[in-house]
Design a protein around this ligand. Structure first.
Ligand code: ATP
Ligand code: LTN
Length: 330
């Protein structure tokens, strides 16, 4: 693996992985897996920034691991592990907390959105500090590239700011990472409300297609997906619902939206949705089947994660030590 640039990314085990996670992140991770030295993390410390039931969390962690493997991430090519099993993430987060500014964190839109739900005063300090922990995840491995969905752009910008600031204050320590955000699929919207992002923490399952949803559920959700007025299958800013469905189609089959528009000219929403449902079912069925098979053997999943954590610790340790040394903590 030597000589390759490093990639770091992660998914929170905070709910059901969905088509947005797949098209915006996981699919891309698989396609770049051979090109880089990859660290794909299950960011369980991020998941607990909102309340989690321990029993459910335990299961969700394994589900994310199973989905990682089922989509094609290969532990022989990528380091797959849990964030909480590498203590350097939390340790570097503390160092970076002392470099980050309250003003910066207060501007993070994800915090504002998530905190708004229960009132900002009642949000956990962890939720506020979420972007600093994310910066620690990335900088701890000196990752060059971070493949994520569009919603993570602002967090990545903060990571870059913290890396530059640390280097400026204490001397060159961290690589300033670059975001890797796809053109297509980087922002899949909710099926029931196409002005909101498809999200794990969505209040209704109708909004998202879970990667573990069975074929009939997928078909029903797409059939019931909100559509715009009119009948034409054309993407446009005043037609967010059909634009979103076209984006899902394009990202799933790896084609461009205009080609698909041309194919459905004069055919109407019904025919389009029917075909879209089959395409998504076809794309997800192998993932679902493989993930369930892996979940039948949780011990093997746990072993893969532990072996990954061991490799991650070895890479992280000298980088954390160099940050300590630079700060005078050696
Ligand atoms: P939550 O709703 O709980 O915040 P999430 O659904 O946004 O969760 P994350 O674990 O936060 O999922 O995200 C994992 C990866 O999936 C990130 O790279 C993120 O940018 C990407 N992602 C999440 N939602 C979408 C979406 N709707 N479209 C495209 N990419 C997405
Ligand atoms: N905040 C990210 C998940 C995440 C992440 C990371 C992504 C945590 N740490 C490091 C890339 C790199 C999200 O998708 N909500």
């Amino acid at each position: 693996m030597q000589g390759k640039q490093r990639v770091f990314s992660g998914v929170q085990p905070s709910g059901n992985l969905h088509l947005g996670n797949y098209l915006g992140a996981l699919k891309n991770w698989v396609s770049i897996q051979d090109l880089y030295e990859n660290y794909f993390c299950i960011v369980d410390l991020h998941a607990i920034t909102l309340p989690q039931d321990p029993k459910v969390l335990r299961q969700k962690i394994r589900e994310v691991a199973a989905v990682y493997l089922a989509v094609g991430l290969d532990p022989g090519k990528s380091v797959i592990f849990r964030q909480s099993r590498v203590s350097g993430h939390a340790e570097l987060a503390w160092l970076l907390n002392c470099v980050a500014k309250v003003g910066e964190l207060s501007r993070m839109t994800q915090f504002k959105d998530k905190a708004q739900k229960g009132g900002a005063e009642a949000a956990s300090v962890g939720l506020y500090d979420y972007p600093v922990l994310m910066a620690a995840d990335i900088l701890l491995y000196n990752a060059h590239l971070v493949p994520v969905g569009e919603d993570q752009r602002q967090h990545l910008e903060l990571t870059r700011t913290l890396a530059r600031r640390f280097n400026g204050l204490y001397g060159e320590t961290f690589i300033v990472p670059e975001p890797m955000i796809l053109e297509v699929g980087a922002r899949v919207m909710a099926l029931d409300e196409p002005t909101n992002k498809m999200s794990k923490s969505s209040p209704t399952p109708a909004g998202y297609i879970a990667l573990l949803d069975g074929p009939d559920v997928v078909r029903r959700k797409i059939r019931r997906a909100k559509t715009d007025s009119g009948t034409e299958v054309i993407a446009s800013p005043d037609k967010p619902a059909i634009t979103n469905l076209l984006g899902i189609y394009a990202a799933t089959v790896g084609r461009l939206v205009p080609e698909i528009e041309a194919e459905y000219e004069g055919k109407g929403y019904g025919a389009f949705k029917k075909d879209l449902a089959e395409i998504v079912v076809e794309g997800l069925s192998p993932v679902r089947e493989k993930a369930y098979a892996l979940l039948n053997n949780p011990r093997e999943l746990d072993e893969i994660l532990e072996a990954g954590a061991q490799r991650a610790r070895e890479v992280a340790r000298p980088i954390l030590h160099s940050a300590w040394t630079k700060m005078g903590l050696d």
